[in-house]
Design a protein. Structure first.
Lengths: 353, 314, 261
């Protein structure tokens, strides 16, 4: 009898031990879980704190950037050549040199480019240039070599970084875009260059060059070929030119292909960087007529860069005159040619032989 | 100018460290070591203990990086160590072989320039005429023959058949040097004549030659004053590279003619795995290339005013 | 007055293919002739033929070019060298390219003078600086010591004119001398060339595609298309009142500045 009781006692003890152990275990687990939970909570707290700090810093940075872009030291400089003063303005909307309307698609505000040459100091190629381009307008930029016109265009097409100033396309700031945004930019701005042969890859035929932007944007080969034939016809070339190589065609034909290439993706703005300067006179006439016709048909706006005032008079609605990186005069071609106000413009008009 | 030179010379330090570390590593990877080679050459079969003892003596039992840093430390103290094979001081051994290589380099370069410049210019001026074809054919042959083949041909012709020159070089003198110089000179001249011809042709095509002709300047004068000066730039660059490799010693030619120069030394010490000597050779090569490149760049500075000035006055 | 240079039914071929055919005209002493045409018309070829600068591939296959009683294409290279420089000289479109880039301007001018017997360095310097002042390069000494790439395009072209005029040639050929220059510089260079003619009575034959230049400085004008003469006569006549169809098309296509009267 006692044995049994002993046994029962023993089993009871065992059981109580077991349950105690189980309890302890459970308690430990609970404690651990609590600890873990607390740790996590702490981590989460710290994370949110860090995140909010980071976002605060970001906000501050953006604010500083905006401030930099918007506010300049209001200094007044004297432009030696023309005697007019150039004042650096706040945001584009406050710059009285810029008339921003609903039709304005490109706004360039206080664009500046300073080159630093080792051992030769600084060279200001473009000095706080501001202008607007409206839809369907043809704006001419006239200047001699060294005036900065090519540099302005390179900054607009992001081939160079601007030192100061902003460029905005349809309200969006594109001054410093890179990567995907830059490729988006190129869907809206295209360029025709001065040397037609040099602007094409000599190892590929013209059709390939013209259709390249279409292929890059996902168009299939057959569709691209069809579209290329259409574009070439629009520019006055037979579709069979697509299979010719740049060195097999004349300068004028090559330049027409270059124009076809530029309008392939329906850009809003077409920049012509001395597009007719390297062509023969008769061919120049034809290409200019083509450009005028395309502008009417496709509703593009043009930035027409040239050193030839007579050509600019033929096709531009408004003209900017550049001298040593600054805009010295603006107006319609007739105004500038018949009644130039700035002495440099006067000199330029009188020098035309 | 001075600071530029100093900067370039300071670049020697990381270059030497990089190259010597690489060569150290590669020698180890190539397997075997000085001790094995020594006993293998002797044809003796020795017990492991002896080998290990020999290794410990030379410090070859320590880990690779440790060995390298010991060597580097010694280098900065000016001690390049002692050859594993001969036991002699590395620096003096090396320096004693240098004059031979320098002499051979000098003679080969003189011969090359003396042959390739006039021939190249002649070929360019008489482009596509008979003279040009003959010269081009000769350079074609010269280029296709490997230099050991030319060496053996010359040896056969001049030493064995005509008996004008000794077969092996008896010391570092002018007569013994004729055949190695001819060997190196022929192969290099074949290359350079083509290069000179191409450079001069390019210059002759430029607009200023027409401009000078329009002033009634004689062809020869145009050539010597303007064209040659412009061609010098390319030619100097090429010469610099060749001098660099010549100074490193042309192992094959030196070995064939038993010309006791740095190239032959390099071949011997590499096959013996004589590490200190190998490292000394590697350091020497680094110094040559940095030095030769520096001299070339300085020469450019003086030869081409566009490099010197590069600006626009108004 | 007799012509100083006469082209008589001249045909010039490159590698056997005629580039210029049946060209005949004459220029009097002190006259400025403008040869206009588009690219490929053969205008540069015509003047290069006179100085023997056609290279290995070009040849005057028919006709004669008479100068001082001699037929220029018939002369040997040695004889041409005596004429090129002192009697006939040329300036090019790319003034910088026409000079050796790694030698100073002064050294190059002196060398071309030396070839023709004017050895005296002091005299050369004096004459050169004087001539440059006439053209508008005031700092002559500094220019002589510069390299071509250090000077601007306009300055280089002026140096080229100075180089060409130093030996007081009878005829100055100019191959598109103003095409690579800025508009304002172009005007000055054109004026300076006319001054040279007024001062030295040099005959100038200028090749250009710029009708404005022809209008500003030429007495007579020759219009070329694909190697054939389309029209030849008094410059003002040819420009304002062209008779030939091609010339009319050419003059129409030229962009003119329309100024309100």
């Amino acid at each position: 009898m006692e044995d049994k009781n002993d046994e029962v006692k023993k089993t009871k003890e065992k059981l109580t031990d077991k349950s105690k152990k189980a309890e302890e275990k459970a308690a430990k687990e609970a404690a651990k879980a609590k600890e873990r939970a607390e740790k996590e909570a702490l981590k989460a707290k710290r994370k949110t704190a860090r995140d909010s700090e980071r976002s605060k810093k970001m906000v501050e940075k953006l604010a500083k950037k905006k401030a930099k872009a918007g506010i300049y030291a209001e200094t007044i400089e004297n432009v030696a050549s023309s005697g007019t003063s150039a004042i650096h303005y706040l945001s584009p909307e406050d710059n009285p040199n810029l008339e921003i309307t609903d039709d304005t698609i490109l706004v360039v505000n206080n664009l500046t480019k300073v080159f630093h040459k080792k051992g030769q100091g600084e060279f200001t190629a473009v000095d706080h240039v501001s202008f607007t381009l409206n839809k369907g307008e043809c704006l001419g930029i006239v200047g001699e070599s060294g005036s900065g016109k090519s540099t302005i265009v390179k900054m607009i097409t992001r081939l160079l970084d601007a030192t100061e100033g902003t460029i905005s396309l349809n309200g969006k700031d594109v001054t410093n875009v890179k990567g995907k945004d830059q490729r988006e930019l190129y869907k809206n701005i295209q360029m025709v260059f001065q040397m037609p042969f040099d602007s094409f890859d000599p190892r590929h035929n013209l059709g390939c060059g013209v259709g390249e932007s279409l292929r890059n944007n996902g168009m299939s080969k057959e569709d691209t070929n069809k579209r290329v034939a259409e574009l070439l016809e629009m520019c006055g070339l037979e579709p069979e030119f697509a299979s010719r190589y740049p060195h097999q065609v004349s300068g004028g034909q090559c330049q027409r292909a270059a124009i076809a290439r530029a309008i392939a993706i329906d850009p809003e703005i077409l920049i012509c960087d001395e597009a007719t300067s390297a062509l023969d006179v008769t061919v120049q006439r034809q290409v200019l007529d083509l450009l005028v016709e395309l502008r009417k048909k496709l509703g593009m706006s043009y930035l027409f860069i040239s050193h030839d005032l007579a050509v600019v008079q033929q096709i531009c609605d408004r003209v900017l005159v550049l001298y040593h990186g600054k805009i010295v005069e603006t107006g319609t071609p007739d105004e500038i040619i018949n009644s130039p106000k700035d002495p440099y413009t006067k000199n330029l008009v009188e020098s035309v032989l | 100018m001075k600071s530029y030179i100093v900067k370039r010379l300071l670049q020697l330090i990381p270059i030497i460290i990089g190259i010597t570390l690489l060569s150290f590593a590669m020698m180890r990877l190539a397997g075997s070591d000085a001790v094995n080679e020594m006993y293998a050459k002797q044809g003796a079969i020795v017990s492991e203990e002896v080998i290990q003892k020999a290794r410990a003596e030379l410090g070859l039992d320590k880990p690779f990086i440790v060995q390298y840093f010991i060597w580097l430390g010694n280098l900065f103290r000016g001690d390049m160590g002692v050859s594993y094979i001969s036991g002699k001081n590395v620096f003096s051994t090396f320096v004693s072989k240098l004059p031979a290589t320098l002499l051979l380099t000098l003679m080969s370069i003189i011969l090359t320039v003396a042959v390739s410049l006039p021939l190249g210019i002649l070929a360019a001026v008489k482009q596509n005429k008979v003279t040009d074809y003959i010269i081009r054919f000769c350079t074609f042959i010269g280029n296709s023959m490997p230099n050991f083949f030319i060496a053996l041909l010359l040896m056969n012709l001049l030493a064995i058949q005509l008996k004008w020159l000794p077969v092996m070089s008896s010391g570092t003198n002018f007569v013994s040097g004729i055949m190695p110089t001819l060997t190196l000179g022929i192969s290099m001249a074949a290359k350079y004549t083509r290069q000179v011809r191409a450079t001069v042709l390019e210059e002759l095509d430029k607009e200023y030659v027409t401009g000078l002709k329009a002033k009634g300047v004689r062809g020869a004068v145009i050539l010597w004053t303007s064209v040659l000066k412009s061609s010098m730039l390319t030619i100097v660059t090429l010469l610099a590279l060749s001098i660099g490799s010549l100074l490193g010693g042309t192992a094959i030619v030196e070995s064939i003619f038993m010309w006791d120069g740095v190239g032959k030394l390099a071949v011997d010490c590499i096959s013996n795995r004589d590490y200190p000597l190998i490292q000394a050779y590697v350091v020497w090569m680094a110094i040559i290339y940095v030095g030769v490149n520096l001299v070339t760049d300085i020469l450019y500075h003086y030869l081409d005013p566009r490099v010197r000035l590069g600006g626009i006055k108004d | 007055m007799e012509d100083i240079i006469t082209y008589d039914n001249v045909e010039i071929s490159y590698r056997g293919k005629p580039v210029v055919q049946d060209v005949s005209f004459g220029v009097k002493k002190g006259e400025i002739l403008g040869i206009v045409g588009e690219s490929g018309s053969g205008k540069s070829t015509i003047i290069k033929a006179a100085m023997g600068l056609l290279g290995d591939v070009g040849l005057v296959t028919k006709g004669d070019i008479w100068f001082e009683g001699k037929n220029l294409p018939d002369l040997s290279e040695k004889e041409m060298r005596k004429i090129n420089g002192p009697k006939l000289s040329m300036i090019f479109q790319n003034a910088v390219g026409a000079m050796c880039p790694i030698r100073t301007v002064g050294a190059q001018i002196y060398e071309s003078l030396k070839e023709h017997g004017h050895d005296d360095k002091e005299e050369f310097k004096k004459n050169a600086i004087e001539m440059m002042a006439k053209i508008g390069l005031t700092d002559g000494e500094r220019v002589l010591e510069s390299y071509p790439f250090e000077l601007s395009g306009g300055m280089n072209q002026r140096v080229a004119i100075c180089m060409a005029m130093l030996m007081n040639p009878d005829i100055l050929f100019a191959d598109e001398p103003t095409s690579a220059l800025d508009v304002s510089v172009q005007k000055r260079v054109v004026e300076e060339m006319v001054q040279m003619r007024d001062h030295f009575n040099t005959t100038i034959i200028i090749v250009t595609h710029n009708i404005g230049v022809v209008r500003a400085m030429c007495d007579t004008c020759l219009v070329l298309q694909h190697g054939d003469i389309m029209e030849y006569g008094d410059a003002k006549q040819v420009i304002d009142n062209p008779q030939n169809e091609y010339t009319k098309k050419l003059m129409d296509a030229v962009p003119k500045l329309k100024k309100a009267v």
